[in-house]
Design a protein around this ligand. Structure first.
Ligand code: IVH
Length: 690
């Protein structure tokens, strides 16, 4: 049994490390619940041994990291992200795409609002009858955290909207940020008080907002810029620009640099100008945002996945730094892909401390000839993992040896490594451990993916716990998780190092809470290659229920051509995905694993969008030229009404929408006896007037 003093020291060191990961690096390794557990244990020990309590203990500090105690809020209107444009060509392409989608002639002008892209965190403020009723963080875009008391403590956010004419419900969205000067002053204060300092203004704004004690938030100099909205019972303007003006007139701050632009040239000019003044601004920005000004056009343009078609973020070039490569390690991903990672001497890149950077793959290391001991340039662009760009040759130490990529997996089985093949049979860039599900590293990664936030979202199961459970042989595959509680009389989790009665009970409760799962999460959690969140959602919508999807996958794996066509016809799904799903369900072990899991959980049918539309659940094929809608817009409209749009006519097609000069598809519809309608009838079905 460890002495109390020793355990206390260990806990303080662990907590200090997690504070650093959270505050400085914005890269927490453990869940809030696990963090709480460490704090609770420390508090209990200090209570039992008051002599060991010191002033610098993390328990004596105000403003610990958030502890998962904020209530969840479902956003009435999802909070979206933005597609990125990196080069001027991307901006030109964006404008052309908007033009094409709206079916506008080349000469017709489109106005855009251009705004700086603030590097803070987005927030949704709900005003009811003019009064601030709720503040919520973005979270995953669908569900955020209720931070109302904290939001009320932010000085730049009015408690009531001015003017007395606000719509009944008015959800204002924008960015919370901290001035650079205020951030430096806060860090100086933190340092003087022996508290952790923040790595950059963004982390410090996030840390300040997500405080359990709103008094702490109030003491931090946070600011807010309004730039978007969620639920609105009435829209007070018809343009983005008009909305910004309306916000400003009602007591909300809007960015003074925003500008109304009338052409691509003006957009690019705005980008250039803002990049020039960037360093002189007292807040961090990482690019500019362009938005189609007319709100009726925004409405028509709609979204692709989570990104609006009517807006784009034009980023500034990435920030770079040079540092030393201390080691090169190989990490095994969930699909067995081996990713070499450079372990670096920590360096600050654009305000964030970086100590790892990806080297992508074997060829990349060879091409750059990166060696241990080399000085390298690295870059960090947006949220992506830092990358190694190149070697500073002059600084290579004598005797540095060429890096040899391992031929075996670093896992205990040391299975052979094989290179992927492209469709044409050429060697691909990715090296994979051939052990598949026998490789413990892959299994562990697979389990980590399974419990992660966007998949089954099981709280309290971090990397360490999964590795432990795996090592003990308690969980080898997802289904085992759901049997853990029943097997506990023999396992006795509460007696394991790092667990207690409460934490074991909490974990079992967290697992139990996920026994019912939406179909899309279930699919995403399986970790099939190329099947991410968006694809999973498309599959869920397309098939509706697990039995239907399961059936389709079996037929696909058995090589049924029709099953293949059917899946391929779904929006967002292409050949690669279909091949990958076919391969996955052709493997007996995978099928067994999925079946076992499906018996343990209840899989909720997909929410069919707009059930009340006559198009819901129907399959539609478009052919010929339409008068009022571009092809892309028609497809999006049909999908919004819950229809599936297919590229070819089959017996399963419900309607063929024929425009001018329709050809072979129209003939095929005639042959198969599929009902043909025109554009006006289609618009009537969608409830839209031409
Ligand atoms: S508009 C549907 N405007 O950037 C449009 N976003 O990459 C949603 N952001 O989550 C966002 N400044 O946190 C918009 N002027 C601005 C912005 C801005 C910063 C952030 C926001 C968003 C992220 C998307």
């Amino acid at each position: 049994m460890k002495g109390a003093a020793e355990r206390i020291a260990e806990l303080r060191a662990q907590i200090a490390r997690h504070n650093r990961l959270y505050y400085e690096l914005d890269r927490p390794e453990i869940s809030d619940a696990e963090y709480d557990r460490l704090m609770q244990e420390l508090r209990a020990l200090e209570r039992a041994h008051p002599k060991l309590l010191t002033a610098d203990s993390p328990t004596q500090r105000v403003g610990a990291p958030p502890s998962g105690k904020f209530a969840k809020v479902r956003h009435a209107v999802p909070m979206l992200s933005l597609a990125n444009a990196l080069a001027p060509e991307d901006v030109v392409a964006f404008v052309e795409r908007v033009r094409r989608f709206l079916g506008l002639e080349g000469g017709e002008p489109i106005d855009f609002t251009a705004e700086p892209k603030i590097d803070g965190l987005s927030l949704s403020l709900r005003y009811e009858r003019g009064g601030l009723a709720r503040g919520a963080t973005r979270g995953d875009g669908t569900e955020g955290e209720d931070v109302t008391p904290n939001v009320k403590a932010v000085r730049g956010i009015p408690r009531t909207l001015e003017g007395g004419d606000a719509p009944e419900v008015c959800e204002v969205r924008g960015e919370v940020y901290m001035m650079k000067s205020a951030f430096l002053a806060l860090n100086a204060q933190q340092e003087a008080a022996g508290r952790p300092v923040f790595a950059n203004p963004r982390n410090s704004a996030a840390g300040s907002l997500r405080q359990l004690d709103p008094a702490v938030t109030a003491s931090r100099p946070l600011e807010f810029f309004a730039y978007a909205w969620g639920e609105m019972t009435a829209l007070p303007a018809r343009t983005q620009w008009g909305m910004l003006e309306w916000f400003a007139r009602h007591g909300l701050k809007t960015n003074p640099l925003a500008r109304l632009c009338h052409s691509v040239e003006e957009l690019l000019e705005f980008h250039r100008e803002i990049e020039l003044v960037r360093a002189t601004l007292d807040y961090d920005i990482d690019g500019v945002v362009y938005k189609v000004d007319r709100l009726d056009w925004q409405e028509r343009l709609g979204f692709v996945s989570r990104d609006p078609r009517w807006a784009v973020a034009h980023k500034f070039p990435a920030q770079k730094a040079t540092t030393l490569v201390k080691a090169i390690e190989v990490q095994v991903g969930r699909t067995g892909a081996l990713t070499p990672v450079a372990k670096l001497a920590p360096v600050s890149v654009g305000g964030v401390v970086v100590s790892n950077a990806t080297l992508n793959n074997e060829d990349h290391i060879r091409e750059l000839d990166v060696r241990v001991g080399d000085t390298v340039t690295i870059q960090r662009a947006g949220d992506v993992i830092p990358q190694v760009l190149g070697v500073v040759r002059e600084r290579r130490p004598a005797g540095a040896r060429r890096y040899v990529f391992p031929r075996t997996c670093p896992c205990p089985l040391a299975t052979a490594v094989v290179r992927d093949r492209t469709a044409a049979g050429e060697e691909g860039r990715i090296a994979r451990c051939s052990g598949e599900l026998a490789c413990p590293y892959q299994r562990i990664e697979h389990l980590r993916h399974f419990v992660s936030r966007r998949a089954f979202d099981i709280d309290g199961l971090g990397e360490r716990q999964i590795a432990l459970f795996y090592e003990k042989g308690w969980i080898r595959e997802p289904a085992d998780l759901f049997e853990l509680a029943a097997r506990n009389p023999t396992i006795k989790l509460e007696e394991q190092e790092g667990f207690g009665e409460t934490s074991a009970r909490k974990l079992f409760a967290a697992i139990e809470a996920r026994r019912t799962v939406p179909l899309e999460r279930f699919i995403h959690a399986l970790g099939i290659r190329h099947v991410g969140e968006t694809t999973a959602r498309a599959l869920a919508r397309g098939y509706g229920s697990w039995p239907a999807l399961r059936e389709a996958c079996s037929r696909l794996a058995a090589g049924h051509a029709e099953a293949r066509l059917e899946m391929d016809a779904l929006d967002q799904i292409g050949e690669t995905v279909v091949d990958s799903i076919a391969a996955y369900f052709s493997d007996r072990h995978n099928v067994q694993m999925v079946e076992r899991l499906a018996r343990q959980v209840r899989i909720r049918d997909a929410e069919r969008p707009a059930q009340d539309s006559p198009l819901a659940g129907k399959t539609v094929v478009f052919t010929g030229h339409l008068e009022h809608l571009s092809r892309e817009e028609a497809k999006a409209l049909a999908e919004r009404c819950g229809a599936t749009v297919s590229g070819s006519v089959s017996r399963k097609t419900d309607w063929v929408v024929a425009g001018r000069e329709a050809g072979s598809k129209l003939r095929r519809a005639g042959e198969l006896g599929v009902q043909v309608i025109d554009e006006a009838q289609f618009l009537a079905l969608t409830g839209t007037a031409a």
